[in-house]
Design a protein around this ligand. Sequence first.
Ligand code: GLU
Length: 482
Amino acid sequence: MSKIKVRFAPSPTGPLHIGGARSALFNYLYAVNVQGDLVLRIEDTDLDRSKPEYEQEIIESLLWLGIKWNEGMEVGGSQGPYRQTERVSIYQEYAQHLLDSGQAYYCFCTEEELEQERQELITRGDTPRYLGRCRHLSPEQKAEKIEQGVKPTIRFEVPTNKIYLVDDIVRGRVSFDSSIIGDFIIIKSDGLPTYNFAVVIDDVLMGITHVIRAEEHLSNTPRQLMIYDALNFKTPTFAHISLILGSDRQKMSKRHGATSLIQYREMGYLPEAMFNFLALMGWSPEGEEQLLSPTEIARAFSLDRVSKSPAVFDMDKLNWINQQYIKKLDINELGRKVRPFLDRSPYSEAIKAMDEDKYQLLIQTVRDHLVSLSDISREVGVVFDQLEYEEEALQVLKEEGTVKILQTLVEDFPDSEGPEDIKQYLKAIIKQTGVKPKNVFMPLRSAVSGKVHGPDLPSLICIWGQEETIKRIKQSLQRLNN
Ligand code: GLU
């Protein structure tokens, strides 16, 4: 059997959407699983909407997610070019072939004529479609139109009353009746191909064996099947993966939150977490385990386990997965990854002034509170913000015995090498005074942070250092005295 080859073929008309990222991912996973190849092709024939910056952004998004391809944009290959606008002569050649064999024809209809036909069909309750007015123009009629300067399109002549079948891996057998499909344009009047035509020519020439793409393209499949047929091309295997819905089970849109992949990077999601999350949207592994590395996912991936029902974008699940990946990250790496977020925070100067050990301790101390990397700027606030008291902390401070224990603590609050030193000091105080641990920790936490909850107290104290800690305790004592 020849090598399995799949492709991801985005149109650079916007940033890479979550749905597009998932399609790219499924193609990638399938390719890795079967040791096939993935091609990246850019479908930019919609000149009004395609932009080079989107092309770059899509490529950057794919690379960020961890998707690699074997052929196509950037990496090259023997079937290039891989940008459709650079392949126009190829499409024209095949269109000519269809013209020559009588399976396509020039159409000179104007926008107004087409619109009129549409309206008439709608009024009759019929499916709007092109009824073939230009199918049988005589050479004289054609010459006359050309003389008038009308730029024709090329239309494919749809076979009448034919049933087209596709055995889709995800959707099963789907049949399409050609009678509801009008002759469709394959080459526009500007000479560029339409999507349904170019996609077939490219998939064939590039040796694509499996077309894995979004369900919204299922309705395009019959037109593509007709082209395969007309040119005697072997059809690939199709797998149309279901839609992604928002939590309210409506089609995912901006209303549900960020829709482009790269926004998730900016929001502080890790690419590995996103990879894991997207893979589980519509595919499920055999076991219960939800946290899987890219390698594990690729090893387990199969199209048979891709669900027919729509996938729901579950933000809580994404957050949970991201948090688990943050917990697992090497601390050095986490420090590097949160740095851009800190640099943009009000604490950038304070962070810059920290030495490396303190910085690492800071990251370690707040790590368990991070759902996304961007949470870092909120979480380090406790260290850098001016001391302000929450109501609950004030209550603790006002409790009997608080002043006394704070005075004892502050008396010779030590300098420390690490959180362990602070722990030992507090233990010694507890032993010496006979006060319950809780009645040492709570007043101290309230006094230094103004809060009753927060990250590990000895670590916080160690980050502040002796001087700042003493200053904070004294400040609280003063407040209690007033
Ligand atoms: N350019 C199409 C899109 O971005 C690709 C469709 C396909 O995969 O056939 O939706």
